[in-house]
Ligand binder design. Structure first.
Ligand SMILES: [Zn+2]
Length: 220
């Protein structure tokens, strides 16, 4: 019965998220052993560069094939069950990083206009799964996007920084004061968005901000 319920909620749970094969799919992770061995895994600690407002960053994968395609399906084809699989890998990356005790999981917010256009916030779905796996509170309201920003994909670094400047705010500082937070996003490339979020959180009294994303590019 429970199994059937799970299949209804996650209809593709039995099939590999990458190859759709049904053999040796790791429960929860949703990826088969053959595909899993070929994934572009991040090994060891990620370098986050200087002048970062966040304390450290972890990510299970590099933003390369087949993760690129998987993230694209997740964001634009409404295949929300992908969040569950990715979150399992992300939660492992957080455990392996050995960070101090985390008080709350905070997703990078989407502007309301973009959220209603897409129907969901991908970072929020990942954050919700991770919060469950790590048994940490989820706080979707800690951070809000107060300004709609252009998509970062086509901007250079300086433009990205200007684009997200003052885009985020903490509506209620009391809820994050002194807290160690886990900021969640689907992809961290230059780290500009994560940095702007961490800046806003710290300016409002967060003690530390750690970042986890499903995928990352090497950050210089
Ligand atoms: Zn597979």
């Amino acid at each position: 019965m429970r199994e059937r319920m799970i299949r209804l909620i996650y209809p593709h749970d039995a099939a590999c998220l990458i190859c759709s094969g049904e053999a040796d799919v790791a429960p929860g992770y949703g990826i088969c052993r053959t595909c899993s061995a070929r994934l572009p895994r991040v090994r060891g600690e990620l370098k986050t560069g200087d002048n970062r407002a966040f304390d450290a960053q972890a990510s299970p994968f590099y933003y390369e094939t087949p993760l690129k395609e998987l993230i694209h399906r997740f964001k634009y084809s409404n295949q929300r069950y992908i969040a569950k699989g990715l979150a399992h890998y992300m939660a492992d990356a957080v455990r392996e990083a050995g960070w101090p005790a985390l008080h709350a999981v905070v997703p990078v917010p989407l502007h309301e206009a973009r959220r209603s256009e897409r129907g969901f916030n991908q970072a929020s779905l990942l954050a919700s799964e991770i919060a469950q796996l790590l048994e940490i509170d989820l706080d979707r309201e800690a951070l809000v996007r107060v300004r709609q920003t252009k998509t970062q994909t086509l901007l250079d670094r300086a433009e990205r920084e200007r684009n997200v400047q003052n885009a985020f705010a903490v509506p209620e500082t009391a809820r994050i004061e002194g807290a160690t937070l886990l900021l969640v996003d689907d992809v961290v490339t230059t780290g500009t968005t994560a940095n702007a979020c961490a800046k806003a959180l710290k300016a409002s009294g967060a003690k530390a901000v750690y970042v986890v994303s499903a995928c990352t590019r090497t950050i210089e």
